[in-house]
Every structure is written in C-alpha cells, then in structure tokens.
Design a binder for this molecule. Structure first.
Ligand code: M6R
Length: 609
C-alpha cells in the first residue's frame, strides 16, 4: 500500500518523481504529493486524488531542485484529503517524510509530542509523528536523526526523509514494507517497487528489513541497525518499462487477461527440461524432503488464496498428502499445528502482502519448510522462503489479479506433479500425459479469449444486476470464488460464491425471479449434479449463465446463456473457465463506468494488516 519515489542527482527531481509515481499508482491512488529541497527550503505540493491532480496543482510552479521525495497514498490513518496526503513536514518545515506502512505506537508518540513538545498536528495520519520526531532529533545530521527516530517507532514502515539544510541527500529505512534503490550515473533513486525506476535504471539494490539507506548523487550506502555498512549485490532487471505499459488496451486488466497465454507458456516452459521433466533450478527440496512431509498448508490472501483452493485439490490428488488451505489473516492468529514435517506453501503475486508474510514467519518459527509461489523477484516473501517457485506473469499492474492467478494455478499443477512423481503416487506415463496437456493450455486459453464479443454483449444486458451468485462443484467451486471476487472488486456488484451443493442449506432462500446465477459445470463427473443444481435455481426464477465444456450441450436447455470452454481433462478446466469470468467482470465494470484498474478502496499491494 502506498508508493514512494525519491531522487537525488543532477536532473529535475520533480519530473522524475512524478514519472515514478505514475508507475506506482496501483499501490494507492487516493492522494499524492511531492517535496523537494530548493534554495535551503522544503517546497511541498500535495493533493487529494490521483497523480493527475498533483500535476495540475504543480502546474508551471518552478520546482527545479534535484533532490526530492514523492508519494501516492492508500489511506490507513485519516481519510483521503489534501492535509492527510504525504509528504508530511515538521512544524519548522525543514524536514519532510513519506511513509508506507503503519506506525503502531503513533497514538502514544502523538500524545508525547503534544504534551512534551507542544507540537500542533495538522493531519490525522500516523506519518506526521515521524516528521516531528525527526525534526526534534535533528542536530544537523539527517542520518543521526532518522536512526534516533526509528528507535522510538514500532510498526511496519518504509520511509524516506529529506532535510532543507542537506540538499543532495535522502535517508530511508524499511521494516516490513518494500524499498528498492536504483543505481544511476551520478544519481540515485529510491522506490517502493522497480517499475517506478525502469525508465532510468536497470541496476537495483533490494533493501532488507531494518536496513538504512543514505543516498547522495555520488553514493548509495546501506547500513544495518548498528550503523555498520553492508555490501549488497547488484540486481540487474531483465524486463523493460514497456512491460508495464498499456500498449493500446483500454485498461491494464484487459491487457493482462490477453497476456495469459504467454504468461502460462513462460511459467510452464521455464520449469521444463528437454525431456519434459520439471526442473527445480534453485529449489533445494529433495525427494527425501518430499517423502517426509506429512502435511501441507497453503496460505494466501484474495485471488492467491483462490489459486490455493485449486492447489489443494490438485496436490492432494497427485501427491496423496493432506493439504489444508487458509487465508493468511486467519492462519497467523490461530496457532495451527505445524512441525518439521510440514510444508508451508505461501502464494503471493506481489510477495509483499503483510498477512502472508506474517503467516510465513509464524510457520517458519514453528519449524515448517517454506516454499513460496511468487511473481515479484526479490520480494519479501521470496527472500524469506526456503525455496521459491516463481510465476512468470511479468508485471501485473491492474489491481484485479488475472494473469497472476492463472500462473499461480500453473505452479500448483507443477508442484503437485513433481511431488507425486517423486513420491511414486503417479506413474511417469501419467506425469508425461499431464504435462503434455498443460502444454496445450496456452492455445486453448487463446480460444477462450475468442468469446470477447459474446461476453461484451452479455455484459451490456446484465450489467445492472445488483446481486450475482456464482455456483460450482469441486474445482468449479474454487473457480466460482475467484469469479465472484473479480466481479465485486471492479464492478461493486454484490456477488457471492457458494458450492452448488450447499445452496439448499440456506442460500437458495435468496433466489428470486431474475436473480443472476453464474454456474460453472466443467467437471465431467459432477456434470449431472450441476444440472440438478441449475434446475433448482431456475425453478425459483433465476437467470442462469453457464460455463461448460464443449460437447456438453444438454446444459443449453437449462440455462439462459452458455459459454463453452475447449474440452480438456477435468483437473485443468480452472485455467480456462476463469477466463470468461474475468472478461465478464471486466465488461460489466466497463458498462457501469467503474475505474477498472484502480477500484475504489483497494490497492495492488496490501502491506498493512
Ligand atoms: O500480492 P498478493 O498475491 O499477495 O495479493 C493478495 C490479494 O491482495 C490479491 O490477490 C487481491 O485479492 C486482488 N485484488 C484480487 O484481484
């Protein structure tokens, strides 16, 4: 949540920071601001709303400085407003701070500052306490002041600070919120995420927890809590800025839906050797380790959790080991039974989701082996895991996750197949055939994208429904949850997913003439059962839009509309059936005039509890 960008060099800080903030708007977009050091003063501009509002506010104001920090906000403490927007300054106006995260003891710090230092707060944010503390601790050396201040703070944070009397310097620190440093020629950058910097640099330092950074145009130094300098390996970014552009699509979400065939192809083929065997590359998990696991937990949030629901089915089926699945915010507080025979699988696109990270740490503390499925290389989840199974989705910018989900599913199949083969619970023949079927998925998914026109038309007809139900059985039930989340997060329609067999235990009471039901009926062995469930809702007047496998045409007489996905083995249908659901959510949201890439109240990366 929240995006930070900072620059020190010889260029125009304002332009570089605004550029970077635009790439980070997916992290929060309720207000934005910038502060630069100019002529011995801090110049501050901030505004509620997106970066465009900030640009209008700045207008032609000459901000010629080459030292500055900027921020795009996702509100936690204090509503979105000009006053609550970052950066925040101390009362003297000679210190300015941007912050991502939450200061847990901010209330007591605020009380202390008001009582002992007579500070008059301007905003309702937790961040403002940092600005005042740095100001009070400042005796001419910004590093000293930031070290002292961090000693007084508790919580999760990435902060960047500038001082009016130290042009050409940024001091930053992180704990449980991401920060990267960009290494330029006579210029250094700091940001919450790499896309903000790609236009300018390809060489990066990842900053670890409790590390401090001091940037000047000439140097980028990293220090530990005791102020010992740390040597960090340079990371070379291999993808370019274009990967994070819309390339003619109306929205990032649509572009990312269309990128799924490529993302799936990459995620699969990068893990296969020339004999079609899954290669582990950096993963150190041995056959003995796999044979020793008595239990697996899959833990994640949101869409990644929904990928885990599919993972549970697949891994249990292929590797014959019990798999429990939980949302990270519950898992971390429920004292789950874990020992050194437990494999903990964390799934996270961003690798920065705080709940997932905390659950991972809890599992590790109790002795579990941690394997993560992550899209962002070098992210916190990746770095804190024993092994990482990367998805090759490329940067996902839209808040609503699409290609990250399908590539996470691909990893679930590969993990299940690898474990099953090593344990001997599946034969080589079964393994080879399964992989051959996976290899066909990118092309089959392209065929699903061909339904665009039909789905767009359907969305025009159904966009004004106020309530939608998603039903399915088995793997279809797992995909229903994802379809429902997609629809609600971008169209704000009250949508609800339920295992179809559960309807009669309560939810069917909500069926009325015209209620929209999206029914998934792609599992051959459950097809007849699903037809009965469809009959049940139809009998109460529901409008049924079904998704079925090609060839299962008997569903047509029971549904108002049907979309067919190409025939494939039952286990693989989630990779295809989710596509019409993603497109339906997209076109309904478009029809309703919603802000598709940046839905209200959400942010891409959830680094708060
Ligand atoms: O980065 P993560 O995969 O850990 O994010 C988890 C969820 O916050 C995320 O999937 C969220 O549910 C998406 N907005 C769904 O589209």
């Amino acid at each position: 949540m929240c995006g930070i960008v900072g620059y020190v060099g010889h260029g125009n800080a304002k332009e570089i920071i605004i550029d970077g903030l635009k790439k980070l708007e997916y992290r929060g977009y309720d207000s934005a601001g910038i502060a630069v050091v100019q002529d011995g003063k801090i110049l501050l501009k901030k505004h509620v709303g997106g970066i465009a509002n900030l640009e209008n506010l700045i207008g032609d104001d000459p901000m010629t400085s080459s030292t500055g920090i900027g921020h795009t906000r996702w509100a936690t403490h204090g509503a979105p407003s000009d006053i609550n927007a970052h950066p925040h300054c101390n009362e003297a106006g000679n210190i300015s701070v941007v912050h991502n995260g939450i200061i847990e003891n901010y209330a007591e710090l605020r009380e202390m500052l008001e009582r002992d230092h007579n500070v008059k707060f301007k905003s309702e944010t937790d961040t403002e306490v940092i600005a005042h503390l740095v100001g009070i601790n400042y005796e001419g050396d910004l590093e000293d002041a930031v070290y002292k201040t961090v000693g007084q703070m508790r919580g999760a944070y990435a902060i960047s600070v500038i001082a009016a009397s130290e042009p050409g310097k940024i001091v930053a620190v992180r704990k449980d919120a991401p920060l990267v440093v960009g290494l330029g020629k006579d210029a250094h950058f700091i940001a919450s995420d790499i896309p903000a910097l790609l236009k300018y640099v390809k060489e990066i330092y990842f900053i670890e927890n409790n590390e401090f950074v001091v940037l000047t145009p000439e140097s980028a130094k990293i220090y530990d809590e005791d102020r010992n300098e740390i040597h960090r390996e340079v990371f070379h970014v291999t993808w370019d800025a274009d990967a994070a552009e819309k390339e003619g699509y109306d929205h990032f979400m649509l572009k990312e839906i269309y990128e799924q065939p490529k993302a799936l192809y990459e995620t699969l083929t990068r893990r296969l050797d020339e004999n079609g065997t899954i290669k582990l590359d950096g993963i150190k998990m041995t056959k003995e380790d796999i044979e020793g696991f008595t239990k697996i937990y899959i833990v994640a949030c949101g869409t990644a959790y929904h990928a885990g629901l599919v993972g549970k089915y697949i891994i249990e089926k292929l590797a014959k080991v019990p798999v429990e699945i939980d949302v990270a915010s519950e898992f971390r507080y429920r004292d789950p039974f874990i020992d050194d025979k437990t494999l903990f699988i964390a799934i996270s696109q961003s690798g920065e989701t705080l709940d997932t990270l905390a659950a991972l740490r809890e599992a590790k503390r109790k002795g579990a082996r941690v394997l993560s499925v992550v899209n962002v290389v070098g992210s916190s989840v990746a770095r804190e895991s024993d092994d990482v199974f990367y998805t090759w989705a490329g940067p996902e910018i839209a808040v609503a996750s699409t290609k990250a989900y399908t590539t996470q599913l691909m990893c679930m199949y590969l993990i299940g197949l690898h474990m099953g083969y090593e344990k001997g619970t599946i034969t080589r023949d079964y393994y080879d055939k399964f992989i051959a079927d996976l290899a066909e998925i990118p092309d089959l998914l392209k065929m699903c994208l061909g339904n665009k026109g039909y789905i767009e038309g359907l969305s025009k007809m159904l966009y004004n429904k106020e309530q939608v139900f998603f039903i399915g059985r088995g793997l279809d039930s797992a995909v229903s949850y994802e379809g429902s989340l997609k629809l609600k997060e971008i169209s704000y329609i009250n949508s609800f997913a339920i295992a179809a067999g559960e309807l009669k235990h309560g939810t069917i009471a909500l069926m009325e003439p015209g209620t929209l039901v999206l029914s998934l009926a792609t599992q051959d062995f459950l097809y007849e059962k699903m037809l009965s469930n469809i009959e049940e809702v139809k009998a109460r007047g529901a409008h049924v839009f079904s998704i079925a496998k090609e060839g299962n045409t008997s569903i047509e007489s029971k549904s108002n509309e049907v979309i067919y996905i190409p025939a494939c083995r039952d286990e693989l249908t989630p990779l295809l059936s989710v596509v019409p659901l993603q497109m339906f959510a997209y076109y309904v949201a478009k029809e309703r005039g919603c802000n598709i890439d940046k839905p209200k109240n959400l942010a891409k990366s959830v680094t708060v509890e």
